[in-house]
Ligand binder design. Structure first.
Ligand code: MEV
Length: 425
C-alpha cells in the first residue's frame, strides 16, 4: 500500500489519535507505541551508559511534520523541539512544495575529514610532498583500525596535506578523507587520525599535536531543492517578498544568522529526534555559511520564468544511522522507523528538505502576515485548552481571541461560556 504523508486535519487530533495514525503508517509495534506514550522511556541504565554523572532524563516534545514528498516518496517527519509553530510551519511549507512536485534531494559520498596537526617541521613544503607520497602506507594504517567500516565499503579513501600560517608559525595539516557510510564517523575518524600520527611524525620530522575530525564537513554535503507554484505560496507578490527576504540574508550576516537559525530549526528537530550530534551539524552549517570569507545564507530563493518560487539548500550533514546514540536511544530508533530511511545519506537528505521547508515557512510568514500571527494562533489554542475548551470549541475560542487581540485565560473562559450559552456547541 502506498502511504501518503498528507494527513489532513492531523493537528486537530488528540495525541493518542495521532499516535494511532503513526502506528498504522510506520507499522509500529504495541511496545513502540507504549514507549512513545511513556514520558520517561529512556531507561536510567541506558542514560547512565550514554553520558557521565546521570541523575535523570530531560524530555522534549516529539511532533510529526506532515505532507513531505521527497523524491516522489512520502515521509512523515518526527521532530524533537521545544519551540511552538516549528512543526506546523514545516508541515504547511511541505504542503505548498508538494503542489510543485515535492522536494528533490541529493548528497555527496559520506566523507568526513580527519585533521592531523604537525608543528616544528623544518621543510614544510617538502614534508607535504613526503606525506602525500606515503599515502598508501597511511591509508592502510588508518583502515586497519576499522575493518567493519572497510567491509561496509567505507574507510580512509584519500589523504591530503596543507600548510597554514599561524601565530605559532607554519604548520603542516594532514587531512584523512574517510568514507563513513552510515555512521556519523567521529569515533572512526578520530581513531584513524590517532593511529596514523606516528607515521606522519616520521615522514615530516615534526611533532603531532591535534588528531581530530573536522566539523566543516565539506565532503559530506546534503542538498535539497524545490519549486513552489506562485499560487500555492500566495501569489507573485509573496514570491517577490520571499526572494527579497533571501537577498537580505545573502547580503547581511545579522539577518543571515537568523535566516540560517530558521533552517536549523527544521534540521535540528530531525537530528535530535534521531539522537544525532546536533552540535556537529550546527557547527558545520555555520562554518559552511562562511566559507566565502563572509557569513551568508545557506539557502537560495529565486523566481523562475513562470513566476514560481525556486528554493535550494546545501550544507554539511554529518549524520549517522548506526552506531552512537541512534541505536541505543529507544525513541530515536522509533523515529528512524517512522522516517523509513535506509541510509545515513537518505536521512541527511530528508533533514535538508525539512530545513528548506522550515526556511520557506518562516520567510513566507515574515514576508506576508508576519511571524507573530502563527505564534499567536497556537498560543491562543493552548490558552483555550487550559481554560477548559474541548473539540471544536478550541478553534472557535482561539480564533475569537486572536481576532480581538485578547489572548488571555479570563477571556477564554468568558468565550467558552458565551459559546455554550448560544447553544451552537
Ligand atoms: C524563529 O525560531 C526562526 C525565525 O526567526 C527564522 C527567520 O527569521 O527566518 C522565524
Amino acid at each position: 500500500m502506498v502511504k501518503s504523508s498528507q494527513a489532513s486535519g492531523f493537528y486537530k487530533l488528540s495525541p493518542e489519535e495521532r499516535l494511532r495514525f503513526i502506528k498504522e503508517f510506520a507499522n509500529l509495534t504495541e511496545e513502540e507505541t507504549a514507549q512513545l506514550q511513556n514520558m520517561g522511556s529512556l531507561p536510567m541504565n541506558v542514560a547512565d551508559r550514554m553520558i557521565e554523572n546521570v541523575i535523570g532524563v530531560f524530555p522534549v516534545p516529539l511532533g510529526i511534520a506532515t505532507n513531505f514528498l521527497i523524491n516522489d516518496r512520502d515521509y512523515l517527519i518526527p521532530m524533537a523541539i521545544e519551540e511552538p509553530s516549528v512543526v506546523a510551519a514545516a508541515s504547511y511549507a511541505a504542503k505548498m512544495v508538494r503542489d510543485g512536485g515535492g522536494f528533490y534531494t541529493s548528497s555527496t559520498q559520506p566523507i568526513m575529514i580527519g585533521q592531523i596537526q604537525v608543528v616544528g617541521v623544518k621543510d614544510p613544503y617538502a614534508a607535504k610532498m613526503r606525506v602525500t607520497q606515503s599515502k598508501e602506507e597511511i591509508l592502510k594504517k588508518a583502515n586497519d583500525q576499522d575493518p567493519v567500516l572497510v567491509s561496509a565499503g567505507g574507510g580512509a579513501k584519500d589523504l591530503d596535506a596543507k600548510i597554514i600560517n599561524t601565530t605559532q608559525g607554519m604548520m603542516l595539516i594532514a587531512e584523512l578523507h574517510v568514507d563513513c557510510r552510515d555512521v556519523m564517523g567521529a569515533n572512526a575518524v578520530n581513531t584513524m587520525a590517532e593511529a596514523v600520527a606516528p607515521i606522519i611524525e616520521r615522514v615530516t620530522g615534526g611533532h603531532v599535536y591535534l588528531r581530530i575530525i573536522s566539523n566543516l564537513a565539506t565532503k559530506r554535503l546534503a542538498r535539497a531543492w524545490c519549486i513552489v507554484p506562485k499560487k500555492s505560496v500566495g501569489g507573485e507578490e509573496v514570491v517577490d517578498g520571499i526572494v527579497n527576504a533571501y537577498a537580505f540574508a545573502a547580503a547581511d550576516p545579522y539577518r543571515a544568522a537568523t535566516h540560517n537559525k530558521g533552517i536549523l530549526n527544521g534540521i535540528i528537530g530531525v537530528v535530535l529526534a534521531t539522537c544525532n550530534d546536533h552540535r556537529a551539524i550546527e557547527a558545520g552549517a555555520h562554518a559552511y555559511a562562511a566559507t566565502t570569507g563572509r557569513y551568508t545564507s545557506l539557502s537560495t530563493w529565486e523566481k523562475n520564468e513562470n513566476g514560481d518560487l525556486v528554493g535550494s539548500l546545501e550544507l554539511p550533514m554529518a549524520i549517522g544511522l548506526v552506531g552512537g546514540a541512534v541505536r541505543t536511544h529507544p525513541i530515536a530508533k522509533i523515529a528512524v522507523k517512522i522516517l523509513g530511511v535506509k541510509t545515513a545519506n537518505e536521512l541527511g537528505e530528508v533533514a535538508a528538505a525539512v530545513g528548506l521547508a522550515q526556511n520557506l515557512g518562516a520567510l513566507r510568514a515574515l514576508a506576508h502576515e508576519g511571524i507573530q500571527h502563527g505564534h499567536m494562533s497556537l498560543h491562543a489554542r493552548n490558552i483555550a485548552v487550559s481554560a477548559g475548551a474541548t473539540g471544536e470549541l478550541i478553534d472557535l475560542v482561539a480564533a475569537r481571541m486572536v481576532e480581538e487581540h485578547k489572548i488571555r485565560m479570563d477571556k477564554a473562559k468568558e468565550l467558552i461560556e458565551q459559546f455554550k450559552a448560544s447553544g451552537k456547541i
